[in-house]
Design a protein around this ligand. Structure first.
Ligand SMILES: Cc1cc2nc3c(=O)[nH]c(=O)nc-3n(C[C@H](O)[C@H](O)[C@H](O)COP(=O)(O)O)c2cc1C
Length: 166
């Protein structure tokens, strides 16, 4: 009998790095698209970073990422810290292969939620054993965009150099 290998194909980025890729940003954004706008404003592909979007609806094809990435995630617990991670992001991270490439997390939220502000970042950092790198409100300020647009490529570049010399 022939054994079938379980090969999962890597998904195509939503926007591809302009030069050779140094790593990726994976993000989730609901219909309000605040995080989408933040990610677009950061223009990661011009700094050689691939961008992938976690599907919003169950009918869309699953996302499979097979390169090191930083996750950008809005908080969706309605003030309940234990429910802070959007279910689509939970599903993506429940895939062991996807989870094995996460290197950091950046979270967003709304300060109206008090103690649960940006709680998804802490939850994911704790569960995956990776740094909680930054947080911002809604679509982020010009300063947030500048810091993240520069910080992620710098972080991924360092990581690539370290992982290549291992
Ligand atoms: C139903 C709902 C629950 C939310 N819960 C939280 C929360 O617990 N903590 C927080 O900081 N922000 C919370 N937010 C704010 C969102 O994280 C914020 O609006 C974010 O920018 C949404 O990103 P998106 O438009 O890309 O989906 C919540 C928003 C909604 C609509």
């Amino acid at each position: 009998m022939c054994e079938q290998e379980n090969i999962t194909q890597q998904s195509e980025p939503e926007s591809s790095a302009q030069g050779e890729s140094i790593g990726a940003v994976v993000y989730f954004s609901s219909v309000s698209e605040n995080t989408l706008r933040f990610v677009q404003n950061c223009d990661f592909p011009s700094n050689n970073v691939n961008v992938y979007r976690i599907p919003l609806r169950p009918k869309e094809p699953e996302l499979n990422v097979r390169e090191p990435y930083v996750l950008i995630v809005p908080t969706y617990g309605g003030g309940n810290i234990a429910k802070a991670i959007p279910m689509q992001v939970r599903k993506f991270l429940n895939n062991r292969e996807n989870r094995s490439f996460i290197r950091g997390v950046i979270s967003s939220g709304n300060t109206n939620f008090g103690e649960a502000y940006c709680a998804a970042g802490d939850q994911i950092a704790g569960k995956c054993g990776i740094p909680n790198m930054y947080s911002f409100e809604l679509t982020g300020t010009a300063e947030d965009i500048e810091k993240v647009a520069q910080g992620i490529p710098r972080f991924l570049k360092q990581l690539k150099e370290t992982e290549e010399t291992k």
